[in-house]
Ligand binder design. Sequence first.
Ligand code: 5GP
Ligand code: ZN
Length: 132
Amino acid sequence: MDCIFCKIISGEVPSLKVYEDEFTLAFLDINPVNPGHTLVVPKKHLVNFEDADEETLCRLIKIVKKVGFSLKNNLSAPGYNVAVNNDPIAGQVVPHLHFHVIPRKENDNIKLWPQRSYAGGEATEILKKIKI
Ligand code: 5GP
Ligand code: ZN
């Protein structure tokens, strides 16, 4: 399969590994937002959240927590962002599910997405559609 992360998992493409177990790999992003930016991926090829079973997601999030702990303790990062770009419209470039774990520093000038306000009644209309 022509998936760059599957190639990293198999060792065909080298990576700098932060953590590895039977199910999960965490490695440094080649183009970090901040140094230490780590990607946490399932070893099986899953495209996105919809593709992933709950057990795999639970395993992944546990490793995300471990990585965040390491970034805080070993890079003196006061905090970190956890992000998943789920599907191309959301910015997913590599179609193999991955969590970004991005260490943050004071004054690192990283701006997250812009926010807006709801128009009158818009929030309740949206809620009717998405309430689970
Ligand atoms: P996405 O936009 O799909 O959420 O993020 C994909 C991430 O994978 C990007 O941040 C990009 O820098 C990283 N990436 C892409 N190709 C490689 C690679 O060959 N090696 C590593 N270590 N990271 C990669
Ligand atoms: Zn893959």
